[in-house]
Design a protein around this ligand. Structure first.
Ligand SMILES: Cc1cc2nc3c(=O)[nH]c(=O)nc-3n(C[C@H](O)[C@H](O)[C@H](O)COP(=O)(O)OP(=O)(O)OC[C@H]3O[C@@H](n4cnc5c(N)ncnc54)[C@H](O)[C@@H]3O)c2cc1C
Length: 374
């Protein structure tokens, strides 16, 4: 039995770990084009950018873990094609690898807005440790910064740069950051935190072109695009650029699984497929893929997806199906703590908390049970 995992992010690593934890005894090989062992991405826009942690704090598992668990990691190995009929993968180098089970955990890459200047090398993006090092080095010299995009990564980076003393402008076509995803009430609070840090907000105006002299440092943070190309060319089912999998992470091709940001996975509790781009869910989905391959018939994705974001000194915790709501109810707890409950047709579908962990935990249960909005 040979398990080959394509991708060295949290989903890929968790697939290896889940396979071993469930008693899988086959050979496990993990392929990644990156030149470092799997590491944590969330700090890259937060403590790492602010210089509060460095490379040595980032590995998900210590180097010794891989040998102890019989997981061979091949760094600098990018898969070029998948042939599901012959159960083979071809690397960019031309080498062919055969598998008995394969997990596609190729994640996502930063989207680039189709505007003049966007593909120039002075426009930075943030996804990998390599890109994070460039951003941090540039931030050390920069007096001014421009962040394009008001999603979580854009807001986190803008806050971290401001905390470093960079004069930052955040530009976005959204009128209020996160309003479409979290509602206006939450968005205004996030906007206030950014303004308190001195970030200049240029909202409600699409960026139509980028010029090098706009700022010393320019970051494009306009969302991500899943990397489903291997699956698409192999003829696997995909939807909206993601690989369709069931609640056990099985794709439409036998012996091929997918997990993490690249997957459009069925959530058993939601009763539908969901697109999520969360660290914790990449770990969950990867583990389920690994366990399923090892023969664990119970493993399935049935938790409400959760996400944390830290913008400056404020940590938001969000758990939700993430595919919309028709009502948002704010509850103030005093001392800056608050909760927003999200509902659809009276049922709880999400909760966003600031300094109110109890509601985050309770909210997850209400969401999974489809309970009435509290
Ligand atoms: C700066 C930053 C901050 C974030 N902060 C948070 C946060 O606070 N909370 C949160 O929940 N989420 C956060 N996220 C999102 C989170 O990191 C992602 O949801 C998560 O990394 C997805 O994991 P993944 O394993 O699916 O994909 P990835 O982490 O993207 O890993 C995919 C891997 O596949 C490799 N790969 C791609 N193509 C190939 C190929 N053809 N052959 C071989 N390997 C390939 C890639 O090189 C990479 O190693 C953040 C992301 C970033 C970039």
């Amino acid at each position: 039995m040979r398990l080959v995992i394509v991708g060295g992010g949290p989903a890929g690593l968790a697939a290896a770990r889940g396979y071993r934890d469930a008693g899988g005894t086959g050979d496990v090989t993990l392929l990644t084009p990156e030149l470092v062992l799997p590491y944590q991405r969330p700090p890259l826009s937060k403590d790492f950018l602010r210089g509060e942690v460095d490379d040595s704090d980032l590995p998900i598992e210590a180097e010794a873990w891989y040998a102890e668990h019989g997981v061979t990691v091949r760094l600098g190995a990018e898969v070029a094609t998948l042939d599901a009929a012959s159960k083979t993968l071809t690397l960019g180098s031309g080498e062919t690898l055969s598998y008995d089970a394969c997990v596609l955990a190729t994640g996502a890459e930063p989207s680039i807005l189709p505007v003049p200047g966007a593909t120039e090398d002075w426009v930075l993006v943030l996804r990998t440790l390599a890109t994070a090092r460039v951003l941090r080095d540039r931030a050390e010299q920069a007096e001014t910064g421009l962040v394009v995009g008001s999603g979580f990564i854009g807001c986190e980076v803008a806050a971290s740069l401001a905390m470093r003393g960079v004069a930052v402008t955040l530009a976005s076509d959204e009128d209020i950051p996160h309003a479409s995803r979290l509602g206006e009430e939450a968005g205004r609070r996030i906007q206030g935190w950014l303004e308190d840090l001195g970030v200049t907000l240029r909202l409600g105006q699409p960026v139509e072109a980028l010029s090098e002299d706009a700022a010393d440092l320019i970051l494009m943070a306009a969302g991500v695009t899943p990397r489903a190309g291997l699956a698409e060319t192999a003829g696997l089912d995909t939807r909206d650029g993601r690989i369709v999998v069931d609640e056990r992470m099985r794709t439409s091709a036998e012996h091929v699984y997918a997990a993490g940001d690249v997957a459009f996975a069925r959530n058993a509790a939601a009763g539908r497929h969901l697109a999520v781009e969360h660290w914790g869910e990449a770990l969950n989905m990867g583990e389920i893929a690994g366990r399923t391959i090892a023969g664990d018939a119970e493993a399935q994705w049935d938790v409400a997806p959760g996400f944390w974001s830290t913008i400056g000194t404020h940590t938001l915790k969000y758990v939700a199906w993430g595919d919309g709501f028709d009502e948002a109810r704010l509850v103030e707890h005093g001392g800056g703590a608050w909760t927003i409950w999200y509902g659809t047709e009276g049922r709880t579908v999400g909760v966003l908390t600031h300094e109110r962990d109890d509601d985050y935990e309770t909210g997850r249960q209400l969401i999974e049970a489809g309970a009435p909005l509290p």
